[in-house]
Design a protein around this ligand. Structure first.
Ligand SMILES: C[S@@+](CC[C@H](N)C(=O)[O-])C[C@H]1O[C@@H](n2cnc3c(N)ncnc32)[C@H](O)[C@@H]1O
Length: 287
Protein backbone atom coordinates (compact mmCIF):
# COMPACT_ATOMS: atom_id res chain seq x y z
CA UNK A 1 0.00 0.00 0.00
CA UNK A 2 2.94 2.35 0.52
CA UNK A 3 4.08 4.63 -2.29
CA UNK A 4 7.46 4.79 -3.97
CA UNK A 5 7.81 8.29 -2.48
CA UNK A 6 7.70 6.87 1.06
CA UNK A 7 10.08 4.01 0.23
CA UNK A 8 12.51 6.47 -1.40
CA UNK A 9 12.36 8.83 1.59
CA UNK A 10 12.89 5.93 4.00
CA UNK A 11 15.83 4.62 2.02
CA UNK A 12 17.51 8.05 1.83
CA UNK A 13 16.86 9.26 5.38
CA UNK A 14 19.66 8.75 7.92
CA UNK A 15 19.32 7.64 11.54
CA UNK A 16 20.35 11.10 12.78
CA UNK A 17 17.71 12.71 10.54
CA UNK A 18 15.11 10.32 11.99
CA UNK A 19 16.10 11.49 15.48
CA UNK A 20 15.21 15.05 14.40
CA UNK A 21 11.95 14.30 12.54
CA UNK A 22 8.95 16.32 13.67
CA UNK A 23 5.70 14.51 14.38
CA UNK A 24 3.85 15.35 11.12
CA UNK A 25 6.70 14.07 8.94
CA UNK A 26 7.20 10.95 11.06
CA UNK A 27 3.49 10.13 10.85
CA UNK A 28 3.70 10.46 7.06
CA UNK A 29 6.53 7.91 6.92
CA UNK A 30 5.26 5.32 9.36
CA UNK A 31 1.61 5.65 8.27
CA UNK A 32 0.22 5.93 11.77
CA UNK A 33 -3.60 6.03 11.58
CA UNK A 34 -3.64 9.60 12.98
CA UNK A 35 -7.23 9.98 14.08
CA UNK A 36 -9.04 13.00 15.39
CA UNK A 37 -9.38 13.24 19.17
CA UNK A 38 -11.91 10.58 20.13
CA UNK A 39 -11.28 8.58 16.91
CA UNK A 40 -14.16 7.22 14.84
CA UNK A 41 -16.63 8.18 17.56
CA UNK A 42 -15.86 11.86 16.86
CA UNK A 43 -16.33 11.40 13.12
CA UNK A 44 -19.70 9.70 13.65
CA UNK A 45 -20.78 12.32 16.18
CA UNK A 46 -19.91 15.18 13.82
CA UNK A 47 -21.89 13.57 10.98
CA UNK A 48 -24.81 12.83 13.29
CA UNK A 49 -24.92 16.43 14.50
CA UNK A 50 -24.14 18.14 11.18
CA UNK A 51 -26.40 15.88 9.05
CA UNK A 52 -24.86 16.84 5.69
CA UNK A 53 -27.33 16.44 2.84
CA UNK A 54 -26.76 13.67 0.29
CA UNK A 55 -24.66 14.62 -2.70
CA UNK A 56 -23.23 17.84 -1.18
CA UNK A 57 -19.49 18.22 -1.00
CA UNK A 58 -17.61 17.72 2.29
CA UNK A 59 -14.10 19.04 3.00
CA UNK A 60 -11.58 17.92 5.59
CA UNK A 61 -8.63 20.27 6.12
CA UNK A 62 -5.47 18.52 7.37
CA UNK A 63 -6.53 15.04 6.20
CA UNK A 64 -3.11 13.53 6.96
CA UNK A 65 -3.02 9.80 6.15
CA UNK A 66 -6.74 9.81 5.41
CA UNK A 67 -8.47 8.25 8.40
CA UNK A 68 -11.18 10.89 8.91
CA UNK A 69 -11.94 11.60 5.24
CA UNK A 70 -12.20 7.89 4.42
CA UNK A 71 -14.33 7.24 7.48
CA UNK A 72 -16.66 10.13 6.57
CA UNK A 73 -16.89 8.93 2.97
CA UNK A 74 -17.86 5.47 4.19
CA UNK A 75 -20.87 6.91 6.04
CA UNK A 76 -22.23 9.36 3.46
CA UNK A 77 -23.32 9.27 -0.14
CA UNK A 78 -21.46 12.48 -0.95
CA UNK A 79 -18.08 13.46 -2.34
CA UNK A 80 -15.46 14.02 0.37
CA UNK A 81 -12.23 15.94 -0.27
CA UNK A 82 -9.24 15.77 2.09
CA UNK A 83 -6.63 18.52 1.84
CA UNK A 84 -3.18 18.32 3.37
CA UNK A 85 0.08 20.19 2.93
CA UNK A 86 2.16 16.98 3.08
CA UNK A 87 2.32 15.08 -0.27
CA UNK A 88 3.50 11.88 1.43
CA UNK A 89 0.42 11.82 3.67
CA UNK A 90 -1.83 12.43 0.65
CA UNK A 91 -0.26 9.56 -1.18
CA UNK A 92 -0.86 7.20 1.74
CA UNK A 93 -4.40 8.45 2.06
CA UNK A 94 -5.18 7.72 -1.62
CA UNK A 95 -3.78 4.21 -1.37
CA UNK A 96 -5.66 3.57 1.84
CA UNK A 97 -8.96 4.67 0.24
CA UNK A 98 -8.34 2.47 -2.81
CA UNK A 99 -7.49 -0.53 -0.60
CA UNK A 100 -10.70 0.04 1.38
CA UNK A 101 -12.74 0.32 -1.85
CA UNK A 102 -14.01 3.80 -0.90
CA UNK A 103 -14.40 5.75 -4.13
CA UNK A 104 -16.23 8.92 -3.03
CA UNK A 105 -13.12 10.43 -1.44
CA UNK A 106 -10.23 12.32 -3.07
CA UNK A 107 -7.08 13.84 -1.59
CA UNK A 108 -5.51 17.09 -2.70
CA UNK A 109 -2.38 18.98 -1.85
CA UNK A 110 -3.22 22.32 -0.29
CA UNK A 111 -2.59 24.87 2.40
CA UNK A 112 -5.25 25.81 4.95
CA UNK A 113 -4.15 29.46 4.68
CA UNK A 114 -5.38 29.64 1.11
CA UNK A 115 -7.56 26.78 -0.14
CA UNK A 116 -7.81 26.10 -3.87
CA UNK A 117 -11.62 25.98 -3.95
CA UNK A 118 -14.44 28.28 -5.06
CA UNK A 119 -16.35 30.34 -2.51
CA UNK A 120 -19.15 28.49 -0.70
CA UNK A 121 -18.46 25.09 -2.33
CA UNK A 122 -18.90 22.86 0.71
CA UNK A 123 -21.83 21.71 2.83
CA UNK A 124 -19.55 20.66 5.69
CA UNK A 125 -15.99 21.73 6.48
CA UNK A 126 -14.30 19.54 9.08
CA UNK A 127 -11.08 20.57 10.79
CA UNK A 128 -9.81 18.45 13.60
CA UNK A 129 -6.38 19.01 15.12
CA UNK A 130 -5.02 21.02 12.19
CA UNK A 131 -5.64 24.72 12.76
CA UNK A 132 -3.09 24.83 15.57
CA UNK A 133 -0.53 23.58 12.99
CA UNK A 134 -1.34 26.45 10.65
CA UNK A 135 0.65 29.55 11.58
CA UNK A 136 -2.19 32.07 11.19
CA UNK A 137 -5.21 30.53 12.95
CA UNK A 138 -7.60 33.35 12.03
CA UNK A 139 -6.59 33.37 8.37
CA UNK A 140 -7.24 29.60 8.25
CA UNK A 141 -10.68 30.04 9.87
CA UNK A 142 -11.59 32.76 7.38
CA UNK A 143 -10.63 30.37 4.53
CA UNK A 144 -12.85 27.63 6.01
CA UNK A 145 -15.76 30.09 5.96
CA UNK A 146 -14.92 31.33 2.47
CA UNK A 147 -15.47 27.82 1.06
CA UNK A 148 -18.47 27.00 3.33
CA UNK A 149 -21.91 27.19 1.70
CA UNK A 150 -25.02 28.95 3.00
CA UNK A 151 -26.45 27.04 5.97
CA UNK A 152 -23.35 24.86 5.83
CA UNK A 153 -21.57 23.62 8.94
CA UNK A 154 -18.04 24.26 10.09
CA UNK A 155 -17.13 21.40 12.47
CA UNK A 156 -13.99 22.08 14.49
CA UNK A 157 -12.47 19.72 17.05
CA UNK A 158 -9.74 21.80 18.70
CA UNK A 159 -7.47 20.61 21.49
CA UNK A 160 -6.87 23.18 24.24
CA UNK A 161 -5.55 23.35 27.78
CA UNK A 162 -7.96 22.98 30.70
CA UNK A 163 -5.11 23.80 33.09
CA UNK A 164 -1.73 25.31 32.20
CA UNK A 165 0.97 22.64 31.56
CA UNK A 166 4.50 22.88 33.01
CA UNK A 167 6.48 25.22 30.74
CA UNK A 168 9.15 22.59 30.01
CA UNK A 169 6.51 20.10 28.80
CA UNK A 170 4.83 22.73 26.62
CA UNK A 171 8.20 23.55 25.01
CA UNK A 172 8.98 19.91 24.29
CA UNK A 173 5.58 19.46 22.61
CA UNK A 174 6.21 22.63 20.61
CA UNK A 175 9.51 21.14 19.35
CA UNK A 176 7.78 17.86 18.57
CA UNK A 177 5.03 19.35 16.42
CA UNK A 178 7.33 21.93 14.84
CA UNK A 179 4.93 24.86 15.27
CA UNK A 180 4.37 27.32 18.14
CA UNK A 181 2.09 25.93 20.85
CA UNK A 182 0.58 28.83 22.74
CA UNK A 183 -1.45 27.90 25.85
CA UNK A 184 -4.89 28.17 24.23
CA UNK A 185 -8.25 27.78 25.93
CA UNK A 186 -11.65 26.65 24.67
CA UNK A 187 -12.73 30.31 24.62
CA UNK A 188 -9.78 31.16 22.39
CA UNK A 189 -10.81 28.55 19.80
CA UNK A 190 -14.48 29.51 19.94
CA UNK A 191 -13.37 33.06 19.20
CA UNK A 192 -11.12 31.93 16.31
CA UNK A 193 -13.91 29.89 14.69
CA UNK A 194 -16.69 32.44 15.27
CA UNK A 195 -17.95 34.36 12.27
CA UNK A 196 -20.47 37.19 11.94
CA UNK A 197 -22.67 35.02 9.64
CA UNK A 198 -22.49 31.88 11.76
CA UNK A 199 -23.99 30.56 15.01
CA UNK A 200 -22.35 28.14 17.42
CA UNK A 201 -24.99 25.40 17.54
CA UNK A 202 -23.12 22.56 19.32
CA UNK A 203 -20.43 22.62 21.99
CA UNK A 204 -19.51 19.20 23.42
CA UNK A 205 -16.47 19.11 25.72
CA UNK A 206 -14.36 15.98 26.34
CA UNK A 207 -11.34 15.14 28.48
CA UNK A 208 -8.56 12.64 27.77
CA UNK A 209 -8.03 9.41 29.70
CA UNK A 210 -4.38 8.85 30.70
CA UNK A 211 -2.72 5.83 28.96
CA UNK A 212 -0.17 3.43 30.49
CA UNK A 213 3.33 3.07 28.95
CA UNK A 214 2.44 -0.57 28.19
CA UNK A 215 -0.55 0.46 26.16
CA UNK A 216 1.53 3.02 24.27
CA UNK A 217 4.16 0.36 23.47
CA UNK A 218 1.49 -2.10 22.28
CA UNK A 219 0.12 0.63 20.01
CA UNK A 220 3.61 1.33 18.57
CA UNK A 221 4.05 -2.46 18.05
CA UNK A 222 0.91 -2.45 15.94
CA UNK A 223 2.07 0.48 13.81
CA UNK A 224 5.35 -1.40 13.20
CA UNK A 225 3.56 -4.51 11.90
CA UNK A 226 3.40 -2.79 8.50
CA UNK A 227 5.45 -4.40 5.75
CA UNK A 228 7.13 -1.19 4.54
CA UNK A 229 8.68 -0.70 8.00
CA UNK A 230 9.79 -4.32 8.12
CA UNK A 231 11.91 -3.66 5.03
CA UNK A 232 14.05 -1.05 6.81
CA UNK A 233 17.40 -1.73 8.48
CA UNK A 234 17.36 -2.68 12.17
CA UNK A 235 18.90 0.73 13.09
CA UNK A 236 16.34 2.71 11.14
CA UNK A 237 13.45 0.67 12.55
CA UNK A 238 14.78 1.17 16.08
CA UNK A 239 15.22 4.93 15.51
CA UNK A 240 11.71 5.30 14.02
CA UNK A 241 10.19 3.29 16.88
CA UNK A 242 12.05 5.28 19.50
CA UNK A 243 10.96 8.59 17.95
CA UNK A 244 7.31 7.47 17.75
CA UNK A 245 7.27 6.18 21.36
CA UNK A 246 8.88 9.41 22.51
CA UNK A 247 6.12 11.48 20.86
CA UNK A 248 3.31 9.34 22.28
CA UNK A 249 4.65 9.44 25.84
CA UNK A 250 5.12 13.19 25.52
CA UNK A 251 1.65 13.77 24.05
CA UNK A 252 0.02 11.57 26.69
CA UNK A 253 1.63 13.65 29.41
CA UNK A 254 0.60 16.87 27.68
CA UNK A 255 -2.98 15.71 27.08
CA UNK A 256 -3.47 15.13 30.81
CA UNK A 257 -3.64 18.96 31.03
CA UNK A 258 -5.82 19.25 27.93
CA UNK A 259 -9.29 18.63 26.58
CA UNK A 260 -11.06 18.87 23.26
CA UNK A 261 -14.49 19.93 22.11
CA UNK A 262 -16.72 19.15 19.18
CA UNK A 263 -17.83 22.58 17.97
CA UNK A 264 -20.38 23.09 15.21
CA UNK A 265 -20.96 26.50 13.69
CA UNK A 266 -23.81 26.91 11.22
CA UNK A 267 -23.66 29.58 8.59
CA UNK A 268 -27.13 30.90 9.40
CA UNK A 269 -28.99 32.47 12.27
CA UNK A 270 -30.70 29.78 14.43
CA UNK A 271 -34.00 31.66 14.23
CA UNK A 272 -34.17 33.49 10.92
CA UNK A 273 -37.51 34.89 12.14
CA UNK A 274 -37.68 36.55 15.59
CA UNK A 275 -39.01 34.23 18.31
CA UNK A 276 -41.18 35.59 21.09
CA UNK A 277 -41.95 32.56 23.29
CA UNK A 278 -38.52 31.20 24.02
CA UNK A 279 -38.25 27.74 25.59
CA UNK A 280 -35.75 25.63 27.50
CA UNK A 281 -35.27 21.88 27.93
CA UNK A 282 -37.61 20.69 30.70
CA UNK A 283 -36.92 17.72 32.98
CA UNK A 284 -39.44 15.72 34.98
CA UNK A 285 -39.32 16.97 38.54
CA UNK A 286 -38.52 20.54 37.55
CA UNK A 287 -40.73 22.88 39.53
C1 LIG B 1 -1.73 16.29 13.81
S1 LIG B 1 -2.23 16.10 12.15
C2 LIG B 1 -3.89 15.93 12.53
C3 LIG B 1 -4.90 15.93 11.43
C4 LIG B 1 -5.95 14.95 11.55
N1 LIG B 1 -6.88 14.97 10.44
C5 LIG B 1 -6.71 14.80 12.83
O1 LIG B 1 -7.43 13.84 12.73
O2 LIG B 1 -6.66 15.49 13.84
C6 LIG B 1 -2.03 17.70 11.44
C7 LIG B 1 -2.05 17.67 9.92
O3 LIG B 1 -2.10 19.01 9.47
C8 LIG B 1 -1.31 19.08 8.28
N2 LIG B 1 -0.98 20.50 8.06
C9 LIG B 1 -0.06 21.26 8.71
N3 LIG B 1 -0.05 22.52 8.23
C10 LIG B 1 -1.00 22.55 7.26
C11 LIG B 1 -1.46 23.58 6.38
N4 LIG B 1 -0.95 24.81 6.41
N5 LIG B 1 -2.45 23.28 5.52
C12 LIG B 1 -2.98 22.02 5.47
N6 LIG B 1 -2.57 21.01 6.27
C13 LIG B 1 -1.59 21.28 7.14
C14 LIG B 1 -0.12 18.20 8.58
O4 LIG B 1 0.55 17.82 7.40
C15 LIG B 1 -0.81 17.04 9.29
O5 LIG B 1 -1.22 16.06 8.36
Amino acid sequence: MVSQMVLDTLSEITVSEIQELDFSRLVGLVNEPNMPSGGGQTVRRVLELARPRTGRRILEVGSNTGYTSIEMASWVDSPVVGVDINPISNDFARKKAAAAGISNVTFELGDGHSLGFQDREFELVFCSNVTSFISDHRQAASEYYRVLGDRGILAAVPIYYRTAPPEDLRRRVEDAIGVPLPVTSLDYWIDVFSHPDATLIVEEPYEYVRQSSDRIERYVDEVFQQAHLDLQSEQKRAALRKRLSYFYELFDDNLSYAGYSILLFRRAHPNPEPILHQARLAFRGNA
